[in-house]
Ligand binder design. Structure first.
Ligand code: SF4
Ligand code: SF4
Ligand code: FES
Length: 277
């Protein structure tokens, strides 16, 4: 993830990152954006009406409002390409990337609401404090590779094992999945529950063909995987289309069950380990 920047000035060119200006006759039309303005002490929605043109995304409209009407509007973004994970927000109540949400996919007949992610503390306007996520990441046992397979310090792994974890590495740390997860959002179990983004991260480590660390006891005891009731809301908002629940959370839950609730399986594992020597 790139370092987030907070844009609060009016000096930039709002369309510099991609949207093309369009003449009025080719589809330009005014639209109203209901933007949350405020900070940690509180805030409220404010309506801004601005011209829109074909090809614009929500971030273009926010930049245009910032440039023309609200120079102090805070919004975080970096890439405008769906890759830095900075511009996460709730658009019409749904967690989405502002730079990847086309106006043509929204109804502009009524105001488009744009508000900060509600699972995290507000900093200013559309910017939230997501630092909790970085503290969570520090708690997870890091990549622990087995000794090299060859004297030259290299390893041999199957392509199928590489392919299995590749999906998880697409994560851009936008934290939209964390935002939508009801365990974090409504029950505020942040201290006992790492959330879907970090189940993906843990799965990438646990399923890595070289990793030898055992995170299964921590998944049950410290990472709170038992709180997840597989609603799949996280999967439905992931902009990278990572199959969070089916490919990461459910296999991790199965490993926890095998380890803690399947004495026969555990016995077989111990037996085969003993035989391997
Ligand atoms: S599937 Fe689990 S982790 Fe994902 S949103 Fe639902 S409760 Fe949260
Ligand atoms: S898993 Fe998907 S939704 Fe969650 S942080 Fe990564 S890219 Fe964003
Ligand atoms: S600005 Fe980078 S993901 Fe939207």
């Amino acid at each position: 993830m790139t370092t987030p920047a907070i844009g609060t000035s009016s000096g930039g060119t709002p369309r510099a990152a991609g949207a093309q200006a369009a003449p009025a006759e080719s589809g330009q039309r005014p639209a109203t954006f209901r933007v949350w303005r405020g900070d940690a002490a509180g805030g409220a929605f404010r309506d801004y009406t601005t011209d829109t043109a074909p090809g614009m995304v929500v971030l273009d409209a926010i930049h245009q409002i910032q440039a023309e009407q609200a120079n102090d509007l805070a919004v975080r973004w970096n890439c405008k390409a769906g890759k830095c994970g900075s511009c996460s927000a709730e658009i019409n109540g749904k967690p989405r990337l502002m730079c990847m949400t086309r106006l043509s996919d929204l109804s502009l007949d009524k105001p488009v609401t744009v508000e900060p992610m509600r699972a995290f503390p507000p900093v200013k306007d559309l910017v939230t404090d997501v630092s909790w996520n970085y503290r969570v990441k520090e708690k997870i046992t890091q990549f622990t590779p087995r000794p090299p397979d060859a004297p030259d310090g290299t390893w041999r792994i199957q392509q199928s094992d590489v392919d299995r974890v590749q999906e998880f590495r697409k994560c851009i740390e936008c934290f939209l999945c964390q935002d939508v997860c009801h365990v974090i959002r409504e029950h505020h179990e942040e201290t006992e529950f790492i959330g879907p983004r970090f189940f993906v991260y843990t799965a990438a480590l646990e399923m890595h063909p070289l990793d030898v660390a055992d995170r299964i006891p921590a998944l049950k005891r410290d990472y709170g995987i038992g709180f997840c009731n597989i609603t799949k809301c996280c999967t439905s908002v992931c902009p990278e289309s990572i199959t969070i629940t089916d490919n990461a959370i459910i296999p991790l839950k199965e490993r926890v069950v095998d380890e803690f609730y399947d004495p026969l399986g555990k016995l077989v594992k111990l037996f085969s380990r003993a035989h391997r020597g």
